[in-house]
Design a protein around this ligand. Structure first.
Ligand code: ADP
Ligand code: ZN
Length: 628
């Protein structure tokens, strides 16, 4: 498939265009720089390679952002609150900036003094004069305003991917019901006559919603491939420009193109960029509203017989203007969830065909350890595994390569951090504490997958649990057990090294336990004291605002209850560790000796070889979260 600029450059008006663009760019620059506080330029050089965030990631994780440095091209760099550097291309949006800075992040616009700035001071006046003269000439020449917009489009091409696609439903795994729904569309494109004869109404617009990487683009492309019709892909973010009215013109052009090539699939990614609810005011509102209106006009304008199916994708369906979802527009909505256990296995199996993978690898086990991974994440996992296999000199991708890739994706690369021997020792006892209490609660919680004291990312060590199934809820008993497991690291530190030697290393354990307790109490109604009242509620951005709709009294009661739960869990963990000091000691020594212990090895140390062999068939369980 090739990228192609659908708008031809208009040579005769080159100078006009050049001036117009220059002019617009300068104006935009002045507005842009003037609009935002001139924060300091953050030095975000960091040893780690930045992670790539999509615009939707930035929106979703705006609370995690510590610094953001935006350059001229709307490329944002900075660090997250946990210190991870990131890089993202963002759509310039004052609302977003306000939100991010409200969360305590420092946002800066890169306004380094450059030649441009010098020029910018005096050139606009000159250029606008010249521009106006040109404009007059052109208008008098009977060319009309349309010609100008058209030329402007020429200089601001809409990125559009086009062509026939070979992708079919065979390339999509794990989302069978969604495929089934789209079958009908394929059928329609193939047998228009049949549908017409029956008078059946086929949707013109289909909205695919789902998290990034769940296969929305892939599905849309597969529909085109199955029906053997051309596929045009564009993105909503391409329609918001600095030149007012450009979006409208671009929408017109794209629909013209689609009509000329019908039957076809017109795919519009990130529809929320133009289809955002009109009540959410931003500076660019007017322009965007016009663009949205044009889209609605186009959608209403073509009849079903044309055979254009518009497929739009978004990960924020809740933000869309309701007008978009009316009958005759995007009236069919398909939500793509993150794949479940079987879905993950199917996706892994599909992509595994591209690699040479050892026959000892069980994709079901890989699927178990990848709760929350999207299709794209899974593909990336296999890619990383193959890279690791090459580096390790393996002939085929081994289980160990996949394990390494998964840990790297979840927690960051292995650190070759030089640690003081006493820190290593303390980490071993800390992890041994988690592991022991984890085995103790093996009947109610997910089985332990492994424990390690090899530092990775920010963690000095981890105990991983592995689910048997996708778990959708937890029992109260399970919540309590998990809290005790979370706090068992700190408990072991205290039991073995004394009250004064406890470390800051348990910070993320404490955070996790607090979150679990808070959610259970304020959202799930698991606390008898507080009752079944939802106190934390999701904001439109999916974040939870603590105690937003609670009276001061309730807030105090909630805080006390969280504290009580945590204290109880800690008592429980400390009790278990001190009563079984010898076993925990054995676990810690084994960790110091081998660095990493498998779940099996841990159970053998705690329960004895025989018990493990006998219980081998017991169910294993969920979550693969890291525990320091
Ligand atoms: P989205 O548009 O939802 O962000 P994409 O369709 O771009 O996601 O997915 C990116 C890649 O991830 C796809 O090209 C494909 O390789 C892989 N992928 C995602 N979902 C699936 C799936 N259900 N089956 C197979 N591959 C998938
Ligand atoms: Zn820990």
């Amino acid at each position: 498939m090739k990228k192609e600029n659908i708008f031809k450059k208009d040579g005769s008006k080159f100078y006009l265009i050049a001036f117009a663009v220059l002019f617009a760019a300068l104006i935009a620059r002045i507005v842009f720089v003037g609009n935002v506080n001139n924060g300091t330029i953050q030095n975000v050089t960091n040893a780690k390679a930045p992670i790539e965030l999509s615009f939707s990631d930035v929106l979703r994780r705006s609370g995690d952002i510590k610094t953001m440095d935006i350059n001229k091209d709307n490329v944002a760099t900075g660090v997250l609150k946990d210190g991870t550097p990131y890089r993202a291309t963002i759509a310039y949006n004052p609302e977003l900036l306000e939100k991010i800075s409200k969360n305590g992040a420092s946002v800066s616009i890169n306004n380094r003094e450059s030649v441009w700035d010098g020029v910018a001071r005096w050139l606009p006046i000159l250029v606008s004069a010249v521009f106006l003269i040109w404009l007059f000439k052109i208008l008098r020449g009977g060319n009309g305003g349309g010609g100008i917009t058209r030329s402007l489009i020429g200089q601001n091409p809409t990125k559009i991917t086009t062509g026939k696609t070979k992708t079919t439903f065979k390339d999509v795994a794990g989302i069978d019901s969604e495929k089934q729904e789209l079958m009908e569309v394929v059928d329609f494109l193939k047998n228009k006559e049949k549908f017409k004869a029956l008078g059946a109404r086929v949707p013109r617009g289909i909205l695919l919603s789902g998290e990034p990487g769940t296969g929305k683009t892939l599905l849309a492309r597969a529909v085109a491939g199955e029906a053997n019709v051309p596929f045009f892909a564009t993105s909503g973010s391409d329609f918001s420009g600095i030149i007012v009215g450009l979006g409208v013109a671009k929408i017109k052009e794209i629909f013209e193109l689609a009509k000329r090539n019908a039957p076809c699939i017109l795919f519009m990614d990130e529809i929320d960029a133009i289809g955002q609810s009109r009540s959410k005011h931003t500076i660019n509102d007017n322009d965007r509203e016009q663009t949205l209106n044009q889209l609605l006009i186009e959608m209403d304008g073509f009849s079903n017989e044309t055979g254009i199916i518009v497929i739009a994708a978004t990960n924020r369906p809740d933000m869309l203007d309701k007008a978009l979802l009316r009958p005759g527009r995007f009236d069919r909505q398909i939500n793509i969830e993150l794949p479940n256990l079987e879905g993950r296995r199917d996706i892994l199996d599909l992509h595994a065909k591209k690699f040479k993978i050892s026959e000892h690898v069980s994709m079901m086990d890989v699927a178990r350890g990848t709760t929350g991974f999207s299709g794209a994440d899974l593909e990336n996992l296999l890619n990383e595994s193959a890279l690791h296999a090459v580096r390790a000199g393996h002939k085929v991708v081994e289980q160990s390569d996949i394990e390494e890739a998964r840990d790297k994706i979840l927690m960051g690369p292995k650190k070759n951090r030089k640690m003081r021997p006493e820190d290593i020792k303390l980490t071993a006892y800390h992890e041994a504490g988690h592991a022991f209490v984890g085995v103790h609660y093996r009947d109610i919680t997910d089985p332990i997958h492994k424990a390690t004291i090899v530092p990775r990312g920010r963690a000095l060590g981890i105990v991983q649990h592995m689910p048997v199934d996708d778990k959708v809820s937890m029992t109260l008993e399970e919540v309590r057990a998990n809290l005790a497991i979370d706090l068992a690291g700190r408990a072991a530190e205290e039991v073995f090294f004394g009250k004064n030697k406890i470390t800051t290393g348990a910070a993320s354990d404490i955070e996790m336990a607090t979150n679990t307790a808070r959610r259970s109490i304020t959202m799930a109604g698991l606390s008898e004291k507080i009752g079944m009242v939802a106190i934390n509620q999701a904001t439109s951005f999916g974040q939870k605002i603590a105690l937003e709709n609670a009276s001061e009294k309730t807030a105090e009661a909630v805080d006390a209850e969280i504290r009580a739960w945590i204290e109880n869990a800690y008592k429980d963990a400390k009790n278990l560790v001190s009563k079984n000091k010898a076993t925990v000691d054995k676990l810690a020594k084994a960790l110091l000796d081998k660095e990493t212990l498998s779940g099996e090895e841990i159970r053998e140390i705690v329960l004895g070889k025989k018990a493990v062999a006998k219980k081998k068939t017991t169910k294993p369980a969920k979550k693969s979260n890291a525990k320091k």
